[in-house]
Write a protein that binds this ligand. Structure first.
Ligand code: MTE
Ligand code: MO
Length: 430
């Protein structure tokens, strides 16, 4: 990664491309030698990361939501035509995006809550910035303070790292833990707010700061087995924090709604959704590397293909495509159908999208309906005139500007993160 002590004053282009693996290994070494802090992470959990062989079996089964009525902690209405409620979360029905524009209205944006939506008063809300990575004692910002800083607007998706998880099971026959999302744990919005970089500079960020830890004001997260992991929080390397991260107070031109982090949330473009902490109440800026359960037990890849301590902490999203069509939709034979969908990537803009209706033997280009941009999705369409009645599948695959194309299978990981394989979308030709 870029060395923290030589970061430029204002990072614009090229995009921050870290070497997450190297950074992660360095962090672990520092923790072992007492130079990194890990509040709220059980020592045994860190030992697990550090250990050599044999410890990969003690994996958390704790991604399950704590017992509560489905969707109970979500404030906005969750009509059935738009959402599938999964525990404390609500998945958007991707098919229903066919009648939305480029951006996902807040009323239709998926919700991923570890616990429940807190209703905070924007008039009394404060953001405390503190820690050993600052020159002085730190600083507190009100919402009015943030609004006095230069505002930036940016279109970006927020997508859960587990989006598409259920296809590990239904398409690859593999067991995974966690919310069984199909492909609707994503939305794209126009976010407006202050740059985190401006806030950190005003708080006196030092050149030796290495990690930034935003923490939510929602209730403590207690796992299914009763372990209290504290408030939702996840460290972000200082280089990313100073690059393109926003402290957003508006979504699609409206004040942020309660379920999406009101009054202020972090938006970390291109990164997995957990980085975009909602209801942020404080940000620790640290001169030592930090850990939380969300970059140790969770959001690493564990499994046969990975080292016992797991992969590096996950950062950028992967590449995916989804059809705006119900699962098992009926399409009449002999008629022309306009198939629509969206594709996105965390490692570059989408370069092209292809579809196949013969199980991947031949592919043809879909037409793109947006200018592809980094950290955002593109809408596309293709036509298909099926001839033979019976079960069939439509496959869509994207390639991004980094040169990656969606594979036919994703390497298994126990928590089902970053599913990027081509989804065989079942339809029935009638
Ligand atoms: N404070 C807090 N921030 C959070 C979460 C949470 O439960 N609490 N969930 C995270 C996860 S896992 C995701 S995928 C995104 C979801 O954002 P959304 O609910 O606005 O769609 O928020 C992230 N930020
Ligand atoms: Mo997530």
């Amino acid at each position: 990664m870029r060395r923290a002590r030589s970061y430029p004053r204002r990072v614009t282009t090229p995009p921050y491309v870290p070497d997450e693996t190297a950074y992660d290994r360095r962090r672990l070494r520092q923790w072992r030698t007492g130079r990194a802090r890990a509040d709220g992470v059980a020592r045994r959990d860190l030992m697990k990361l550090l250990a050599a062989a044999g410890l990969a079996t003690g994996l958390p089964s704790a991604l399950a939501a704590p017992a509560s009525a489905a969707g109970a902690g979500i404030v906005k209405p969750l009509p059935e035509e738009w959402f599938t409620v999964r525990g404390t979360n609500a998945e958007a029905k991707f098919a229903s995006f066919a009648d939305t524009g480029h951006h996902t209205p807040a009323s239709r944006f998926f919700v991923r809550n570890h616990t429940s939506t807190p209703q905070l008063d924007p008039k009394t809300w404060e953001l405390k910035v503190w820690g050993s990575g600052l020159e002085g004692a730190g600083r507190t910002f009100t919402l009015a303070d943030l609004k006095r800083l230069p505002a930036v607007t940016r279109s970006a998706f927020v997508e859960c790292a587990g989006n598409g998880r259920s296809f590990f099971t239904t398409q690859q026959g593999q067991e995974v833990s966690g919310t069984a999302w199909t492909l609707g744990a994503i939305g794209s919005a126009r976010w407006r707010g202050a740059r985190l970089a401006d806030v950190l500079r005003r708080a006196g960020v030092r050149r030796d700061a290495v990690d930034v830890l935003p923490r939510g004001l929602d209730p403590d997260y207690v796992t299914a087995d009763g372990t209290n992991l504290g408030r939702v929080r996840r460290p972000l390397p200082i280089a990313k924090a100073l690059d393109d991260v926003i402290l957003a107070y508006e979504m699609n031109g409206e004040p942020l709604g309660p379920d999406h982090g009101a009054p202020v949330r972090v938006v970390v473009p291109s990164w997995i959704g957990i980085a975009s902490i909602k209801w942020v109440g404080d940000i620790e800026v640290s001169a030592e590397p930090l850990y939380s359960p969300w970059n140790t037990d969770f959001y690493r890849l564990f499994g046969a293909a990975y080292p016992p301590e797991g992969s590096a902490s996950l950062a950028r999203q992967t590449l995916k495509s989804a059809l705006e069509l119900p699962w098992n939709a009926s399409l009449s034979a002999g008629a022309g159908h306009r198939i629509t969908g969206r594709s996105w990537s965390g490692t570059g803009a989408v370069a092209r999208v292809e579809i196949s209706t013969d199980d991947g033997r031949t592919w043809r280009r879909a037409r793109l309906h947006d200018t592809p941009r980094r950290a955002d999705w593109v809408r596309w369409s293709a036509s298909w005139r099926p001839t033979t009645p019976g079960p069939a599948a439509i496959l869509a695959r994207a390639t991004d500007t980094s040169g990656r194309t969606q594979p036919t299978a994703t390497q298994h990981n126990t928590q089902g993160y970053l599913f990027d394989a081509v989804v065989r979308h079942a339809v029935t030709v009638v």
